[in-house]
Design a protein around this ligand. Structure first.
Ligand code: BG6
Length: 487
């Protein structure tokens, strides 16, 4: 029986290209879909939370294509990791992380997505970045697509609606395997593949209001992503023998709101439609039977080409991965109170407290999730994201006191350890946004997850200097003692 984390447990941190890199027009990079998301720092709290402000419309999309303004497009600047990566990696090394999860920006490698040849400057930047990590003994966990795709693929082909995008994506992935194959330790073709259903601009890059048959488009795009995912796994296994390729979901852990049998059944359905479907396709290589009934109910007919099912069946993932921030409850009661959660509005659980953004904190839910996922697939499990978004205060002396974040991490890591003792084969933990980055959902810089503070505000103003928060020293000790000293 295991009594704690294995000696080669991968403690780490995660960021993504659009939220961190900036330099959106440098190094030959093309425009990508996250560069077009508009934010206004003058919005009130309610306006920031409002879906209609955050959601991209066709008008906003078209305006952003030619809008040269940087202030209102926070993903264009990120935290300027593009220029600061060397000093940042030095700090990551001091923190002691064993692995860095970041994403590769497709538009840096193929600026238009369908270019004949790759952009050498973009490739070189990743070679330099990953080499720098390895020089410091930090492994690399590379997400091939974390939401942003080259805009040209949308305007020219309709993005994931078209099989042309599968072809371009697989060509892009093969370029990465060929040129960066020896520098990456774990591959993840898609960040949170179920985001396509819950946040369609991010997940599958479609503009909701524009779609006549929204549900059908969503599941067709998802099918195209599943096929791209399987072909990518095939290429990785052929080109880099022994490579580890994962499949990731945003985990919406859910409990029945009551022990009423209807609520229990609702929980099973919510879990199938929101979570299991995506991992079932990627890990078992098949469309699960329960989706037939769901597709019929919502009138979805997916175009599946004869070869597709074989491709899915023959190319399954090597490990499962998920992001975990909150849990919710399932109920048939339509009037049940709601609160915000990652990517969705969630049903409230009266036993849980919420973050400033309404996300319900549930450390035990992480143990529940780890057991559920491992029981279902018997594959190694990677926690690709977890953390607390909060407002921090930078003191005059450069310190940041964030006991709330330490408590959050401590409580979750304790439950991870319990899950390991339960027998779950947990291989790594990459804390989300361990250096502050632009928030993906709210687009605010002031929603911070990091143990490293970045001095920038919602307008992009500030020195952009990095400071160690109290949680930095706490996580450093946690890593050093392999999760034993959590005091
Ligand atoms: C995940 C995304 O869904 O949640 C990240 O993969 C994101 O990109 C994270 O940043 C936290 O969400 P948010 O909206 O608080 O940034």
């Amino acid at each position: 029986m295991e009594h704690g984390f294995s000696k080669d447990f991968l403690w780490g941190g995660a960021i993504s290209a659009s939220q961190a890199d900036g330099a959106y027009k440098e190094g030959g990079k093309g425009l990508d879909t996250q560069d077009l998301r508009y934010f206004n720092a003058d919005w009130t709290k309610d306006e920031r939370a409002a879906q209609e402000n955050r959601r991209i419309s066709q008008d906003k999309f078209v305006k952003a294509l030619t809008d040269l303004d940087d202030e209102h497009y926070p993903f264009r600047r990120g935290i300027d990791f593009y220029h600061k990566y060397k000093e940042d990696i030095k700090l990551f090394d001091e923190l002691g992380i064993k692995i860095l999860r970041t994403s590769i920006n497709w538009a840096r490698i193929y600026p238009n997505g369908d270019d004949e040849t790759p952009n050498e400057e973009g490739i070189q930047w990743y070679i330099d970045l990953f080499t720098e990590c390895h020089k410091r003994g930090i492994k690399v966990f590379a997400t091939i697509l974390h939401y942003n795709i080259p805009v040209n693929l949308i305007t020219r082909y309709g993005g994931w609606k078209s099989r042309k995008t599968i072809e371009c994506y697989v060509k892009y992935a093969k370029t990465l395997f060929k040129r960066l194959g020896t520098l990456v330790d774990y591959w993840l073709p898609f960040n949170e593949i179920n985001a396509g259903r819950f946040n369609s601009y991010n997940g599958i890059c479609i503009i909701k209001d524009e779609e006549e048959d929204y549900d059908n488009t969503v599941f067709q795009c998802l099918h195209n992503q599943f096929v791209a995912n399987a072909l990518t796994i095939k290429a990785a296994h052929e080109m880099i023998p022994g490579s580890m390729v994962g499949g990731m979901i945003a985990r919406f852990t859910t409990y029945p709101a009551t022990c009423k049998p209807d609520d229990v059944m609702q929980m099973i359905l919510d879990d199938q439609y929101s979570n299991w479907f995506y991992l079932d396709v990627m890990a078992r290589g098949e469309y699960p039977a329960y989706m037939n009934r769901f597709f019929e109910k919502i009138g979805v007919h997916i175009d599946i080409e004869p070869e597709d099912l074989k491709i899915l069946k023959n190319n399954t993932i090597d490990f499962t991965a998920f992001s975990y921030y909150f849990s919710q409850v399932s109920t048939t009661d339509q009037g049940w109170e709601k609160t915000s959660g990652n990517l969705i509005m969630a049903n409230k659980n009266p036993y849980l407290k919420s973050s400033e953004w309404g996300w319900q904190k549930d450390p035990v839910g992480l143990r529940v999730t780890l057991n559920q996922i491992y029981d279902r697939y018997h594959l190694p499990v990677f926690i690709a994201e977890n953390g607390l978004g909060a407002k921090d205060v930078l003191e005059d002396n450069g310190s940041v006191h964030d006991p709330y974040r330490i408590d959050y991490l401590k409580d979750h890591i304790k439950q991870m350890k319990e899950a390991v003792i339960d027998g779950v084969e947990l291989i790594g933990y990459t804390m989300w946004g361990f250096i502050d980055v632009v928030s993906c959902g709210s687009m605010e810089m002031s929603k911070r997850y990091g143990v490293i503070y970045v001095d920038r505000d919602d307008r992009g103003q500030g020195s952009n200097k990095r400071y160690k928060k109290d949680s930095f020293y706490w996580y450093q000790k946690c890593i050093k003692t392999n999760g034993e000293d959590l005091a």
